[in-house]
Design a binder for this molecule. Structure first.
Ligand code: MLT
Ligand code: MN
Ligand code: ZN
Length: 294
């Protein structure tokens, strides 16, 4: 299985257009590389590709990933479909940019499939197939298992009474190589059974939104306190039950990579103590464009 990490930032990217924090400023002054919003491409054979989420930066991400270039026919594309972990705008706005594609397949948790804004709009332009992400299904020679994460609804669907899960993770296995990827960019808490799944995986792409549970406090105009940050559904890295502690406890063979990095997260600075703590736990902070063969 081939994996291309197309984007590693949380919503807004780094730099965020309306943010002058030190991380966003470091990118503007050329000290740090920019990060586009979380999105991954996977393929069993290098010929048919599937996206894990569709970021608002999708056009630029597709342009920069030569594996996903169109051809050899004038209107041929290797992009076959999209798997959504949730319905957040930051994971679904890219669907609008795919409206040139006919016959695309999209998988999503049922509640997301029923509410995601792009579905009805794109239907006026193209015929796509929308599938419920069942417990286990196959995409282009890869076996996908869906892991329920939480019932956090996107703000635009806050009033929905549909049953969850609203947020899932995916376990993707390549039966030909035995390689496995766990993709969990929105991890509200560490689900039961998740450690076992990860310990047996080749690579885990994990929610790296926040380092500390109160990180948003004082750094955003909206003054987000730690309760409001927790409600955002992203397990922080630090703390006794944070993801770094869980990585240490889990062990196993997996390569652990953090994605969905928020612009408040100090790990963005490779010289920070927090970045060093990530490396010390055996995990990595990849850059956009990282490629893996599993
Ligand atoms: C999230 O990851 O929590 C969302 O992208 C935040 C949002 O758009 O409200
Ligand atoms: Mn997000
Ligand atoms: Zn910033």
């Amino acid at each position: 299985m081939r994996v291309v990490v197309l984007g590693t930032a949380a919503g807004g990217g780094v730099p965020q257009w309306n943010c002058a924090c030190r991380h966003c400023s470091a990118v503007r002054s050329g000290i740090a590389p920019p990060r586009r919003q979380d999105c991954v491409a996977i393929s069993a054979d290098g010929e048919g590709w599937y996206l894990l989420n569709a970021s608002p930066d999708l056009r630029e991400q597709l342009m920069s990933a030569t594996s996903l270039s169109p051809g050899p026919g004038p209107r041929q594309t290797p992009l076959r479909g999209v798997l959504l972990t949730d319905g957040e705008l930051d994971h679904t706005l890219g669907l609008f940019q795919l409206k040139e594609a006919d016959g695309l397949h999209v998988w999503a948790p049922e509640a997301v499939r029923e509410t995601v804004l792009a579905r009805e709009v794109v239907a006026s332009y193209r015929r796509w197939e929308w599938h419920r992400a069942r417990e286990s299904f196959e995409v282009g020679g890869l076996v996908v298992t869906t892991v329920a994460i939480s019932d956090k609804r996107p703000k635009y669907a806050a009033e929905s009474t549909l049953d969850g899960p609203w947020v899932v993770a995916y376990h993707v296995a390549d039966p030909a190589t035995g390689g496995t990827l766990v993709y969990a960019p929105c991890l509200a808490e560490w689900p039961s059974g998740f450690s076992k799944l990860c310990s047996e995986a080749s690579c885990v792409l994990l929610d790296g939104s926040f380092y500390a549970p109160d990180e948003m406090h004082g750094r955003t105009a909206g003054e987000v306190d730690s309760a409001a940050q927790t409600a955002m559904g992203h397990l922080p890295m630090a703390g006794v039950s944070g993801s770094l502690a869980m990585i240490r406890e889990t062990g196993g063979q997996a390569r652990w990579l953090f994605t969905h990095l928020n612009n408040t997260n100090p790990v963005l600075d490779p010289a920070s103590a927090e970045h060093a703590a990530v490396l010390d736990a055996g995990a990595e902070i990849p850059y956009d464009g990282a490629e893996l063969v599993l």
